[in-house]
Design a protein around this ligand. Structure first.
Ligand SMILES: Cc1cc2nc3c(=O)[nH]c(=O)nc-3n(C[C@H](O)[C@H](O)[C@H](O)COP(=O)(O)OP(=O)(O)OC[C@H]3O[C@@H](n4cnc5c(N)ncnc54)[C@H](O)[C@@H]3O)c2cc1C
Length: 528
């Protein structure tokens, strides 16, 4: 049996943050995640590093948390943040009286804010609606979740802890009000393993209730589905928010080479079972028109959805969806349920993951009777030491600076070269193109894998001497996963692109007749 001090469940931002925190405080820990890291909500979110502006009027606790963490993350995790800045704009459809309430609430919650003229706004963002009447600048940003999670996991490993992707928690060893071990199954081999431990941190997001049930405690989670549409190109360079109470389709976030409009908010009974409705797509595109006239005629690349991990105190009134606070809670299961050595970290935002982890680990230390201060706000994550923000030009700049070979481009849309695919495949020991996508953004641009999938599969085959069946599975799994997100927005140029991909993969390569047709190993994923 593997033995450790702490088991952390869930490889999203919160779990990865808790792993780093625990490791930096001198515990030995292992994080277990049922899929790849960042395949839960953290890999399917909107991409916005909140300034807190969105919550300033309605949820000031959340707003204060956001601005505090925004400032810290800019310092410790710069490599996963693009400093786009943010705008809140009053469109003709928004109540003009809200703007003054918004400004006052930003001042109260400590969010830096300044008003700019409409001509300055249009100079910065020429495609925005010229009928917008007011525009405010706040320190929003855009944040790449997989780089952030990877930075936390790498830091934890440097401090002697470990993280296991593709390990699903299936049960606990529990007796005398304590957990003595966690049962997991390796999703890739089917092997069952036991991890003996002193403490458990449940950071399973929208699935925290399921983990609670396995350990015998009740946690009332609400899965709040939100859908988003990935638009071709960066139609804006700044995060643009509507200046009104949070609603559907009212934020546009530039992420990497694309822009994402979102979101919706619909409660679903099961965080693993949901669909994206045509009405959600229509509503978001319609709302986009308020920000950018002609938005509905822009090319959409794909749609995806995630589930908010909304926590409701059992005693609280029946708040629903957007009315449930976006602040977080740490559940001390000792005082709450008589289970001595488990805490759950629930609710919150990706922006506040570090603070949530700190609060959870503080409670753990108290329950263990030790005093070890948190240092995660002081030290930079690996890769962020020089404080340089992510920039979309960085790959091209590196190639030019080092005289790299451009002829070996695997993915033109995201500028991914063969050496990078080889490096990630070797480092991660993976032949899952989804794992490689999350590190490199392979296949996430306009052709949605049309040209890079067969090339990347070929690279894996060469590098790892994979049997043809496994190479075929890698290729088909990736195509299927890309197809899931393209289906809801299949019209216009996207439809034309899909016809081209159909020609390449079905009519030219005959992938439907390959040996080894099957789906990718995680089968869980549908992010941007
Ligand atoms: C549509 C949408 C848009 C959002 N936009 C933003 C935004 O712009 N900015 C922002 O700050 N926040 C945003 N959020 C909120 C934010 O994404 C989440 O609060 C955050 O990502 C949650 O992270 P987490 O680590 O707690 O959960 P998750 O990332 O979901 O991690 C939990 C993990 O637990 C794993 N797990 C589940 N069951 C098991 C098991 N049995 N064994 C092992 N592992 C298991 C899951 O696979 C998952 O990876 C958004 C949320 C949604 C839904």
């Amino acid at each position: 049996m593997y033995q450790t001090d702490v088991v952390i469940i869930g490889g999203g931002a919160t779990g990865a943050g808790a792993l780093r925190d625990v490791a930096m405080r001198g515990f030995r820990a292992v994080l277990v995640e049922r899929g790849d890291f960042g395949t839960g909500t953290s890999g399917r979110y909107h991409g916005l590093l909140h300034s807190g502006g969105r919550y300033a009027v309605k949820d000031p606790v959340s707003a204060r948390e956001c601005i505090q963490e925004n400032t810290i993350l800019r310092r410790i995790a710069a490599a996963s943040i693009e400093d786009t800045g943010g705008l809140f704009v009053t469109t003709p459809d928004d109540d003009p009286a809200y703007a003054d309430r918004f400004v006052a609430a930003c001042h109260e919650t400590g969010i830096p804010i300044s008003e700019i003229s409409i001509s300055e706004m249009l100079q910065r963002e020429p495609l925005l609606n010229p009928a917008i009447s007011r525009a405010f600048v706040v320190p929003d940003g855009s944040c790449e979740p997989w780089a952030l999670i990877d930075g936390n996991v790498r830091a934890a490993r440097e401090h002697g802890s470990d993280a296991w992707p593709y390990h699903r928690v299936t049960g606990f060893e529990r007796g005398n009000g304590r957990i003595s071990g966690v049962r997991v199954v390796d999703a890739r081999t089917g092997e069952e393993k036991q991890i003996g431990c002193e403490f458990v941190i449940n950071a399973a997001g929208a699935w925290a209730g399921q983990i609670g049930a396995l350990s015998g405690v009740e946690i009332d989670m609400q899965a709040g589905k939100g859908s988003m549409i990935v638009m071709n190109h960066r139609v804006v360079q700044t995060v643009v928010n509507r200046c009104h109470l949070p609603g559907d389709g009212d934020i546009l976030v530039p992420v990497g080479s694309v822009c994402i409009i979102g979101t919706t908010s619909i409660n679903v009974p099961d965080p693993d079972q949901y669909e994206i409705g045509a009405d959600e797509i229509d509503a978001m595109l319609r709302e986009g028109e308020q920000l950018i006239p002609g938005f509905t005629r822009l090319r959409s690349l794909r749609a995806y959805a995630g589930v908010r991990p909304l926590y409701r105190e059992q005693s609280a009134s029946a708040a629903q969806g957007r009315d449930v606070t976006r602040a977080y809670a740490v559940l001390d299961h000792q005082s709450r349920d008589g289970l001595e050595n488990m805490v759950s970290i629930v609710g919150g935002k990706l922006t506040t993951y570090r603070m949530m982890a700190e609060a959870g680990v503080d409670v753990m230390c108290r329950l263990l009777g030790v005093e070890r201060p948190c240092r995660t706000a002081q030290e930079a994550l690996p890769g962020s030491e020089n404080g340089a923000y992510y920039s979309i030009q960085h790959r091209l700049a590196e190639t030019e600076a080092h005289g790299g070979d451009e002829s070996n481009l695997i993915c033109e849309c995201e500028y991914v070269r063969r050496v990078q695919v080889e490096h990630v495949a070797r480092e991660r020991g993976t032949h899952d193109l989804g794992d490689i996508r999350r590190e490199l953004r392979l296949g996430m641009g306009p052709c949605q894998g049309g040209f890079c999938t067969y090339r990347a599969a070929g690279v894996l085959h060469d590098l790892q001497h994979l049997p043809p069946e496994q190479t075929n599975q890698a290729l088909l799994g990736f195509l299927e996963e890309r197809w899931k997100g393209v289906k809801p927005v299949l019209w216009g140029d996207d439809l034309r692109q899909m016809h081209l991909d159909e020609e390449i993969y079905l009519n030219l390569l005959g992938v439907d007749r390959l040996n080894g047709a099957g789906s990718s190993s995680d089968g869980l994923e549908q992010p941007a």
